[in-house]
Design a protein. Structure first.
Length: 190
């Protein structure tokens, strides 16, 4: 009976340690982080500018050079909180999807904004392609139902889509911290 209690305590300790370590890995923005974000309001329009720093891990860069395309979703949401935080009015919501691919024969990188059909930008270096993806701009966004007396909050979420990876690579990507290529930023009271 005594051995069972020791094993139970050991298992509980290991479980708590694993939970603590897994929570730590998701809070790390070492590969993708939002360096700066600014929201400007004027009349019934908004302007959002953000600089996202994309940096690929060694594993992601190897996968890219092996012909695997990488996908990110950049979601922007403008909200107004009402009734003491009980209700949120969504003023604007949009998701842009970027696809980064490397073409070996032409030795160039291509970024496709999948929201804009057919628009592909070509770059000679990976740094140029990542810098292009990092410039997030929304100009003259119409915001419907805007109350100028209340605070407008913005949420910018950059999420790496692991589901678009090939099936053999997906399990590794879910458990390896080198594939944590996502970031979130909130701007309040603009």
């Amino acid at each position: 009976m005594r051995a069972y209690k020791k094993n139970k305590a050991l298992l509980l300790t290991l479980l708590l340690l694993l939970c603590a370590l897994s929570g730590y890995s998701y809070a790390d923005d070492r590969f993708v982080h939002i360096a700066q974000a600014q929201l400007t309001l004027a009349e019934n329009t908004a302007q959002l500018r953000a600089d996202v720093v994309f940096q690929l891990s060694r594993s992601a860069e190897e996968a890219l050079h092996s012909g695997i395309a990488l996908h990110w979703d950049v979601a922007v949401e403008l909200k107004q909180v009402r009734w003491g935080g009980l209700w949120q009015n969504v003023l604007f919501s949009e998701v842009r999807r970027y696809r980064l691919a490397y073409y070996t024969l032409l030795n160039n990188y291509r970024v496709k904004d999948e929201k804009k059909a057919g628009e592909v930008k070509r770059f000679s270096s990976l740094l140029e392609a990542l810098a292009y993806m990092g410039q997030i701009t929304y100009d003259d966004v119409p915001i419907v139902g805007y109350d100028p007396k209340l605070c407008v909050g913005a949420v910018l979420n950059v999420s790496f889509d692991k589901e678009m990876l090939p099936a053999p690579l997906r399990p590794i990507a879910y458990f390896d911290s080198e594939w944590d290529l996502s970031a979130t930023k909130r701007l309040w009271c603009e």
